[in-house]
Design a protein. Structure first.
Length: 487
């Protein structure tokens, strides 16, 4: 058994030295009968002021009206204790958010004699420790907690700045008091959503700001519960995304501008290429007529010049056709399910004469069904196969088409055993009119640019890997879509 001395020392320590807690006793009627220094520290009451008062005096008028003091005492009397987190009134009528427990006190015969209240102010954040407190203050995010009556229980400096107030004028105030009524109502509605859903959810909130008009905050809110799972309020962390949002808006505006100017350019090249066809046809027709007309009378040199004119006109015709196709590739896609096995089979038939003549072999693994514009996809495969045949080495062309499927995309590859492409040329060949071969192989330098445009319009990427002298592999992706999206 502890001696009387030990008990009184323990009592002194508990009651007097525990400055971090307000500890006091009340009798069965709710009259306060003791005091410790913690009471003065949290509630501002001196011993003379405090002892003799009714326990209900430190409750807010709202809680008193709801009968909270009596309910706490009843619960403690019945169950031994009653825990709560609520606002209490200080001596100067300001409010302090307190976490406390009311314990039943019995005499030696186990008869109830009164209660002991142990409380501490939540906003002191003892539990958080200095590390957490430093973090809360140093972070660039606004962090706050509100109780169920919408009063600020905690706010860091950043939050106070966002509200344009001193921290002292924030704690204990409602948002209705600190913000324009419409906006406060909007915040409350989103809080209620979180509380109803029981889960954290980021919401974009626009706080009025005297300087720049408004601050856009991305706020993650969570219901705040005590250790027994009862709802105390809501905690929130808000990240300032004003600059990021402005940047995003500007980026979208620029992209839209680029899209519009691309469209205009595409229409322009279409019109120009289209209108060039007619005069070119006239050049070709009249060159033929002139050749026939002069047939007998022209010498070797004149015949040679005539041939140059015709070659030039043919080349120009080819360029115009390619430009037209390139311009048209910017037009709306007609997306549908496409069986790429059937598409390659079609191409093999279409290109049969060229394949035979070059001795090429076009092999393909089983290929997936994709969601694409079938004509445009055909153009891509046709260009890649034709290039593999045109830029072959000394061996007959051997072309292998494969596909890899992941959750997010299909990745097609087309490998050849051709001359290959030097590292420095692997990007520029995808730009319009860029050719590595001037005369030896006919072409317009549009094919790969067209492929890139088509694949990018589908939301994919195209690139080449190659070992010069051994061959190249052209790879492209198409985004995978769910069956629901495709239908
Ligand atoms: P074109 O074939 O009309 O010149 P492309 O845009 O299709 O135009 O190709 C651009 C250039 O890329 C070609 O001139 C050629 O030099 C190079 N190239 C394309 N495909 C291959 C390939 N499979 N192997 C080697 N070089 C290639």
């Amino acid at each position: 058994m502890p001696s009387d001395y030990q008990l009184s020392e323990l009592h002194r320590l508990l009651i007097e030295e525990l400055e971090d807690f307000a500890v006091f006793l009340i009798d069965r009627e709710g009259r306060i009968i003791s005091w410790n220094p913690g009471v003065e520290r949290f509630f501002g009451f001196t011993e003379e002021d405090f002892v003799g008062r009714n326990f209900a005096d430190i409750f807010t008028p709202e809680d008193r009206a709801k009968g909270a003091p009596a309910r706490e005492m009843e619960k403690a009397a019945k169950e031994g204790r009653s825990d709560d987190v609520r606002w209490h009134l200080c001596q100067d009528q300001t409010r302090v958010f307190v976490e406390g427990v009311l314990l039943r006190v019995q005499n030696q015969n186990r008869e109830p004699v009164g209660f002991a209240k142990i409380a501490r102010a939540v906003r002191q954040m003892h539990a958080a420790g200095s590390m957490l407190a430093t973090l809360l203050e140093r972070t660039g995010d606004a962090i706050y907690a509100i109780d169920r009556e919408d009063r600020f229980v905690f706010a860091n400096e950043r939050m106070a700045r966002l509200l344009n107030r001193d921290l002292d004028n924030v704690i204990g105030q409602t948002r209705e008091h600190l913000l324009p009524p419409d906006f406060a109502a909007q915040l409350r509605a989103s809080d209620e959503d979180v509380i109803r859903g029981g889960r954290s959810r980021p919401v974009e909130e626009r706080f009025p700001d005297s300087g720049s008009g408004e601050r856009v905050m991305l706020t993650a809110k969570s219901p705040w519960k005590d250790t027994e799972g009862r709802l105390i309020g809501l905690v929130a962390i808000a990240q300032d995304i004003t600059e990021r949002t402005a940047y995003q808006t500007e980026r979208e505006r620029l992209l839209e501008e680029i899209r519009r100017s691309n469209e205009a350019l595409s229409t322009f090249s279409h019109v120009v290429a289209h209108d060039l066809r007619a005069p070119l046809r006239a050049v070709k027709v009249y060159t033929d007529l002139l050749e026939r007309h002069l047939r007998a009378g022209v010498d070797e040199t004149a015949r040679e010049y005539m041939a140059f004119v015709k070659d030039g006109a043919d080349h120009m015709e080819q360029l115009i056709e390619s430009l037209l196709r390139y311009a048209e590739s910017g037009e709306e896609l007609s997306l549908q399910r496409v069986d790429t096995n059937a598409l390659i089979e079609n191409l093999r038939n279409m290109l049969a004469p060229i394949i035979q003549e070059s001795g090429a072999r076009v092999l393909s693994d089983p290929l997936p069904e994709v969601y694409a514009d079938p004509l445009r996809l055909l153009q891509v495969f046709q260009n890649l196969i034709m290039n593999a045949i045109n830029y072959c080495g000394s061996e007959p062309p051997r072309i292998q088409i494969s596909a890899a499927v992941s959750d997010t995309e299909y990745r097609f590859s087309l490998s050849d055993n051709g001359i290959g492409i030097a590292p420095g040329d692997r990007e520029r060949i995808f730009s319009p009119l860029q050719r590595l071969h001037a005369k030896d192989v006919p072409g317009s330098g549009i094919g790969l640019a067209l492929c890139r445009k088509i694949i990018e319009r589908h939301g994919g990427r195209i690139w080449v890997e190659s070992t010069p002298g051994q061959g190249s592999t052209f790879l492209f992706t198409l985004p995978a879509r769910t069956a629901a999206e495709a239908d």
